[in-house]
Design a protein around this ligand. Structure first.
Ligand SMILES: Nc1nc2c(ncn2[C@@H]2O[C@H](COP(=O)(O)OP(=O)(O)OP(=O)(O)O)[C@@H](O)[C@H]2O)c(=O)[nH]1
Ligand SMILES: [Mg+2]
Length: 504
C-alpha cells in the first residue's frame, strides 16, 4: 500500500512527520521507501544514513541509465551485525529481474535484528535501555570517566540499562548537537542498532540542543539533570519532598517544551516544518506556570511550619548535628547506628530525600539532635539546588556538620571537595565540620588489594583531623562519640563505659 508520495527536487526530499508509524516494540518502522535517483547514481551514504535513522524496512532506488531503455533498481536493508556496515546493499540490476518476497523477507529480517539486540541486553528488570554520552572540553579524560561512572550509577538507580558509552573531548562544543553532526548521527545509528530506547548525556543540554537532537531521532533524549530529577521524583515520599521535586521538574521542563512530540526530518538535511501544536504549546506553558505558582505557595506554608519547629528546637538549647555528605556515603546508616533507628538505606543513589531527625543521648542526661539529609552529587541541577534549599535550611541551625565520606570510593577526595563546594554555595562554608571516614570495614580488604588507596585514606583522615568508623559496626563509633562529647561538653569526661544510649 502506498502511504506517502513525496516530491523532492534535485537536492533531496523532505520526509514528512512519521508519527503514524512510530518505532515501537518492533525493530523496523513498517515503511519501505522507493525513490528515484535522477543522476544515474547508486545508493549513497546519505541513503544508508536515512535507512538507519528512520529504521525503514527496506530502501529501493530506481535509476535511469542514459541511453538504456530499461529501468534499473537497487535495494538495501539494515543488517543485523553490530560491527561493519549498518546495511546490506544489493548490486544494481534491471528492475524486472528484482525478485524479493517482502511478505516473508521483512519478518525474517526483523527476527534477525531482534536476536542481535536481545543478545546484547542482559538486564531483565530494566525499564529502558540507554547509550550514555559525555562531551566535554575542560578537564582530563579521567575526570570525564569518573563522571561517566557516576552517570552509570545514576542510570542503574533509575533502572536504566546502559548498553554503551561514548566519551568525546572536542576542542569546542557544537552549539546544535553538542558533538559534530556526523558524529551525532553515528551515535544515533549505533544506539538504534543496539536496541536502545534513549540517549543520556552527562552534560546539561540546552533546550535548543535537545530540540535539534530530537529532530534527528525519536529516541528519548535526556541529560544528567533530568535523570537525577527522575530519581528524585520516584524517591520523594513526604509532601514536602514531592512538592519540591515537582516544582524542580516543571521549572526544568518549561523552557524545553517543544509542542510536537517528535520531529522527523530529512533526506539530505531538510528539516520538517512547524508543528500543528503551537497554540497548544502556549496553553501548556500557561498551565505549567500556574502550577508552579500554586506549588510555590504550598511550599511557603510548609516552610512556615518547619521554621516554627526549628524555632522551638533552638529555644530548647539542645545542640544540633547535621549529617551531610556525598550520596551513598552511609549517612543514614550512621544515623541509624548512632540512634538505633531505622531510616531507609540502600546501595543506590539518593536513598534519602527527606530529612529525619533523631535524638542522640550521651551519658549524664546529655543529648543532641541529629538530622540526616539528602546526599550531594557533583553538578547537582540548579533547579534542584533551589528546590532543596528549603529542606537544607535546617543545616543553617546546625552547630556541627558531620561530613560522612565513603572511603571505599576511589574518588573520595574529589567527593569531599564537591560536598564542600556545595556547602559553600549554600552559605554553610564557615560551619564547624567533622569528617567521618566511613566504611572502615572495607579498608582491611583494601589494604591488601590496593595499599596506595588505603594509605591515601589514612593520610587524609590524619591531615583533616577526621575519624575513621564503620557505620555497620556500632562498636567502631566510640571514638566518634568521644569526639562529639569533647566538642559539646569540653569540661566533662566520658563515662568509663562509652556505650551509646539512645532514644528517639
Ligand atoms: N561495608 C559498609 N557499607 C556501608 C557502611 N555504611 C553504609 N554502608 C552501605 O552503603 C550504602 C549506602 O548507605 P546509606 O546509609 O543509604 O547512604 P546515604 O549516605 O544515606 O545515601 P543517600 O541517602 O542515598 O545519599 C548502603 O548499602 C549501606 O549498607 C559501612 O560502614 N560499611
Ligand atoms: Mg540516606
Amino acid at each position: 500500500m502506498v502511504e506517502y508520495v513525496i516530491v523532492g527536487d534535485e537536492k533531496g526530499l523532505v520526509i514528512p512527520d512519521l508519527s503514524d508509524y512510530p518505532l515501537g516494540k518492533r525493530p523496523l518502522r513498517g515503511l519501505r521507501l522507493v525513490h528515484t535517483h535522477l543522476k544515474n547514481e547508486s545508493i549513497t551514504e546519505d541513503d544508508i544514513t536515512d535507512l538507519s535513522l528512520l529504521r525503514l524496512d527496506l530502501l529501493a532506488t530506481l535509476l535511469f541509465v542514459p541511453g538504456k531503455q530499461q529501468i534499473y533498481a537497487q535495494l538495501a536493508w539494515l543488517s543485523g551485525s553490530q560491527s561493519g556496515s549498518p546495511a546490506t546493499t544489493e548490486p544494481v540490476s534491471p528492475l524486472e529481474r528484482i525478485d524479493l518476497d517482502c511478505v516473508h523477507f521483512i519478518p525474517e529480517l526483523e527476527a534477525d535484528l531482534e536476536r542481535v539486540t536481545r543478545s546484547s541486553s542482559r538486564s531483565a528488570d530494566a525499564l529502558e535501555r540507554a547509550i550514555l554520552i559525555s562531551v566535554t572540553t575542560g578537564g582530563t579524560r579521567q575526570d570525564a570517566e569518573d563522571s561517566m561512572a557516576e552517570l552509570r550509577e545514576l542510570a542503574r538507580t533509575s533502572r536504566v540499562e546502559a548498553l554503551d558509552e561514548f566519551i568525546q573531548r572536542p576542542h569546542s562544543l557544537n552549539p546544535r548537537y553538542v558533538m559534530g553532526e556526523g558524529k551525532m548521527r553515528d551515535v544515533v545509528i549505533r544506539a538504534l542498532q543496539r536496541g536502545a530506547t534513549m540517549l543520556i548525556f552527562d552534560q546539561e543540554l540546552t533546550p535548543a540542543q535537545i530540540r535539534s537532537i530530537s529532530a534527528l531521532t525519536e529516541l528519548k533524549v535526556i541529560d544528567r539533570s533530568q535523570l537525577i530529577l527522575d530519581i528524585f521524583a520516584r524517591r520523594a515520599k513526604s509532601l514536602d519532598g514531592k512538592v519540591q521535586v515537582e516544582l524542580a521538574q516543571l521549572k526544568y521542563l518549561l523552557p524545553r517544551l517543544t509542542g510536537r512530540g517528535v520531529q522527523m526530518s530529512r533526506l539530505m538535511g531538510g528539516i520538517g516544518g512547524r508543528g500543528p501544536g503551537e497554540t497548544k504549546l502556549e496553553t501548556d506553558r500557561r498551565r505549567i506556570r500556574d502550577r508552579i505558582a500554586s506549588l510555590e505557595r504550598v511550599l511557603e506554608d510548609l516552610s512556615r511550619g518547619r521554621s516554627q519547629r526549628r524555632q522551638q528546637r533552638i529555644k530548647a538549647g539542645v545542640p544540633i548535628i547535621s549529617i551531610v555528605g556525598y550520596t551513598n556515603a552511609g549517612k543514614s546508616t550512621l544515623l541509624n547506628a548512632l540512634t538505633k533507628s531505622d531510616v531507609f538505606t540502600e546501595d543506590l543513589l539518593f536513598a534519602t530525600l527527606d530529612t529525619s531527625t533523631r535524638r542522640l543521648r550521651f551519658p549524664r542526661e546529655r543529648e543532641v539532635i541529629i538530622t540526616d539529609t539528602v546526599g550531594f552529587i557533583r553538578s547537582l541541577p540548579k533547579s534542584l539546588m533551589g528546590a532543596f534549599k528549603a529542606t537544607l535550611e535546617e543545616l543553617q541551625d546546625a552547630n556541627l556538620l558531620l561530613h560522612v565520606v565513603d572511603t571505599a570510593n576511589p574518588r573520595f577526595e574529589d567527593q569531599i571537595a564537591q560536598v564542600r563546594t556545595i556547602l559553600a554555595e549554600l552559605g554553610l562554608g564557615d560551619k564547624d565540620e567533622l569528617l567521618v571516614f566511613n566504611k572502615a570495614d572495607l579498608l582491611k580488604d583494601m589494604k591488601r588489594k590496593d595499599t596506595v588507596a588505603f594509605l591515601r585514606v589514612r593520610q587524609s583522615a590524619r591531615t583533616e583531623g577526621g575519624i575513621i568508623v564503620s557505620a555497620r559496626d556500632r562498636k567502631s563509633l566510640a571514638p566518634l562519640m568521644e569526639e562529639l562529647q569533647r566538642r559539646f561538653w569540653p569540661d566533662e569526661h566520658l563515662d568509663d563505659d562509652p556505650s551509646i544510649q539512645t532514644a528517639s
